[in-house]
Write a protein that binds this ligand. Sequence first.
Ligand code: NIG
Ligand code: FE
Length: 429
Amino acid sequence: MNYENRFCILANSMKMIIKNISKIVQVCRGNQKFIQSKHLDSVNTIDDGYIEIEDSKIKDFGSMKDWRGIDDWNNTEIIDAEGGCVYPSFCDSHTHLVFSEPRQNEFILRIKGHSYEEIAKKGGGILNSAESLAKISEDELYEISLQRLNNAVKFGTGAIEIKSGYGLSLSSEMKILRVIRRLKENTEVKIKSTLLAAHAVPKKFLGKKEDYIKLIIEKIIPAISYEKLADYIDVFCEKNYFDIHDTDKILKCGIKYGLKPKIHVNQFNSFGGIKTAIKNNAISVDHLEVTNDQDIEYLKKSNTIATLLPSCSFFLNIPYAKAKKFISNNININLASDYNPGSSPSSNMNFVSSLGCIKLNLTPNQVINATTLNGAYAMEISDSFGSIDIGKKANFFITKKIPSYDYMQYSFGENCIKTVILNGKVVKQ
Ligand code: NIG
Ligand code: FE
């Protein structure tokens, strides 16, 4: 096993006190599952605070002046935040972190004027990634994926959803999902996994999409479900990929096998995918760069959260989702990285946050809610993640000393994080 890129676990004590925190950000008392859009601009904070951790969970927190101290100093580690802020870890609800090779060649082609869709039509894109994934061993795939996950942790991510979708065959989809399971078992990160066999029609099935859908329904979904390898079912509902009838069929089969829908939809075209997702009670609809009034009407009446992926728009130079419009219609939103080799080769959630402010015109408070508690909601884990609350998992990070908590979003591309704590353990960069 390659330990080189693993974090050094500095402590694994039963109890821990973080003191001298200039601001605890995103304090959410009570069992709030998500922040509605009309309240998205409000974030609770505590000045000059402390946090107590016991057995991987937040035991207590508050103002230093109210701190009662603790009875038993044995086995207690004290961490001085030295005036940094504490943020709950980012909850990144949409990634494709398990892939084989990066795709810089396509990046160059796009700079030279070829579009993402054009490159995909010529066998690049997802099919390119599927080719390299078929060749890599599971152990090798695990090691590079672990490095990528550790890198995401350095940038503040503490809970993440990871999709398959570069396999496009039973054995390769299994390979990805088994790697995700190993990441779940061997790291402190909270991980949810998604079956995205319907990411593209593989080369072998070109012109025979129906046969591939049959394979997904009759073989892939049952096998993945039997091994309990996925929590969710996803489909790339898009022109030249899967239409609304395919999407409906695949989602329904997933649901039958206990997988809840979370889908890629309205990235380039709007043709009814949102309605199909909502009818199937999707947890989230992701992308939404292109939406019409009807889509907004369906979303307004649903509990489905809109997952927006601004770093994909940034990288592909395509329109950004109309976040403000969703908010003014009180549609719930969250932001995620879409980390993948083709359309968003970065897991940096603070960069996503900055894009949320700069390109989606959201305030830092709106972005904080959208990248923490609402991201947790999009993975159905907001009872234990996404905010600072008693009884929640101790998943947070301490920043360097920064002038104010919104300096994080302002200082795009910088890493303001000094210490990461996951599952109550200190993980040093
Ligand atoms: O979310 N849109 C579909 N899937 C990915 C990109 C896949 C790729 O290009 O490798 C996305 O952007
Ligand atoms: Fe994606």
